[in-house]
Design a protein around this ligand. Structure first.
Ligand code: GAP
Length: 437
């Protein structure tokens, strides 16, 4: 395994993502748009697999969490009630010597990181929400924001969920979707970008049970990453100090990953208290209290919120899976992704691409397997290169069809991690791979 704390490893991962079609710079042919990225054929599969694993674990495998998908554009009053209009700000200063702009809270010893100057402008607040407007005429009435978190879409639907699903506390809502932030400090590839995807749960509980469920969700979410292959030594919990809590949070624990640029937040689990439901009740005039029909009382539930980023998770899974293995005078780069996350599960090659019977048989095997696993057929290089390509994509199994296959109806199946090869009957491939995958 590579050493996570080597910052060169981020360059290696960025290079692999570009070389193998995971992630590209956005609008690259125009020089690129900074801090925005496009996911290619394997990147989108990885992202979809992360989302699927999350949704399965928090919606399908539970009885108390319901999925939803709210609009990105919301009534501007939502952001007043949530506190984002007033409080979702960074304090910025400009260095008077080099004219560069910085976040005040990121300056060390009040010194400019660029030119070491110490003379700055007065701090100015800068709201992180992207503004746009509805309709042809831009005025204060038409302003809307691109949501900076998916959470609010769930809070404002609280009543709809109570009225339609009739859930009993504790219960939760889960949502995956795009969020946008006009970040001042960006960088580190897909770690902090202007546009990203979040996977958020809003878990509604009785106030007196908030601490219990807060601890519960920190454990659940920590173990989710471990279950998908993140090494324990690269994951840790970090409790927020009072001064760093977001305006809505009573307590927050970050799950941090040991990225090549240091330990950084992967997901935050916050106790949001009854802040959101109270605020939206007050601003909308709608009673968002929960009615407990056993004790005959009405109250605002507390909310425990596990909030993770899909892009950040993708970076953590890629970093943790990236490996360089020395084989004689060569280095094999392999992504040891968890099988559930691997973009392609099976690749099928003919040993010789100019033997039409091999090509035909390999294509038929790939086509048959496509019904059950994400499978590709490839004959665009020599067999050694094809293996290396799939190792770098993280494909767990490669199947080679050779001349003998035409006689004995067996093919060679190669395991990504051990590189061990087995001869398997073509008719048993589906069962063999089902068991392995
Ligand atoms: N609703 C709570 C909330 O949004 P957050 O800590 O600001 O909390 C939650 O964001 C998660 O969203 C982070 O842990 C991170 O994974 C992801 N995230 C936040 N800002 C991001 C950005 N600019 N780029 C990529 N991911 C981001």
């Amino acid at each position: 395994m590579i050493n996570n704390n080597d910052s060169n490893n981020l360059d290696k991962i960025v290079a692999l993502c570009k070389r193998r079609g995971f992630i590209f710079q956005s609008s690259e042919i125009y020089g690129g748009l900074a801090n925005t990225w496009d996911y290619g054929p394997y990147g989108i599969e990885l992202k979809n697999n992360i989302k699927r694993a999350w949704w399965k674990s928090v919606v399908y495998e539970r009885n108390d969490i319901y999925g939803m998908d709210a609009a990105i554009l919301m009534h501007p009053k939502v952001w007043e009630a949530s506190g984002h209009t007033a409080s979702f700000v960074d304090m910025l200063v400009d260095c008077k010597s080099c004219k560069k702009r910085f976040r005040l809270d990121k300056l060390e010893d009040n010194t400019c990181p660029e030119c070491k100057g110490k003379d700055f402008t007065e701090p100015r607040s800068f709201n992180l929400m992207f503004k746009t407007s509805i309709g042809p005429v831009e005025n204060t009435q038409s302003i809307v924001y691109l949501r900076p978190e998916t959470a609010q879409g769930m809070f404002v639907n609280f009543l709809n969920i109570l009225d339609t699903v009739h859930p009993r506390l504790p219960f939760g809502l889960a949502q995956i979707g795009k969020a946008f932030r006009n970040e001042v400090t960006t960088g580190n590839f897909i770690f902090r970008t202007l546009e990203f995807e979040q996977m958020e749960i809003e878990y509604f509980v009785r106030p007196q049970e908030a601490d219990k469920y807060y601890d519960y969700w920190v454990d659940q979410r920590f173990n989710w990453y471990i279950g998908l292959g993140i090494r324990k030594e690269n994951l840790r919990r970090r409790q927020h100090q009072l001064g760093e809590l977001a305006h809505y949070a009573r307590a927050c624990t970050d799950i941090e990953y040991n990225f090549p640029f240091g330990w950084s937040e992967l997901e935050g689990i916050a106790n949001r208290s009854d802040f959101d439901l109270r605020q939206h009740s007050q601003k909308s005039g709608k009673d968002l209290r929960y009615f407990d029909d056993i004790n005959k009382e009405r109250f605002f539930p507390y909310i425990i919120e596990p909030s993770g980023g899909i892009d950040r998770s993708a970076l953590a899974f890629l970093t943790d899976a990236y490996d360089e293995e020395r084989i004689k005078n060569d280095v094999r780069v392999v992504l040891r992704l968890h099988k559930d996350l691997a973009p392609i599960k099976v690749a099928v090659f003919p040993l010789l691409k100019n033997r039409s019977m091999l090509v035909e048989l390999a294509k038929k095997i790939a086509q048959d397997l496509k019904r059950y696993f994400v499978t590709i057929y490839d004959d665009t290089a020599a067999i050694g290169k094809l293996y290396r390509r799939q190792d770098e994509i993280g494909t767990p199994y490669c199947i080679t069809v050779d001349v003998q296959s035409l006689d004995d109806r067996k093919v060679t199946v190669r395991d990504r991690d051990t590189m061990r090869q087995e001869r398997i009957d073509i008719d048993n491939l589906k069962e063999y791979l089902t068991e392995k995958l």
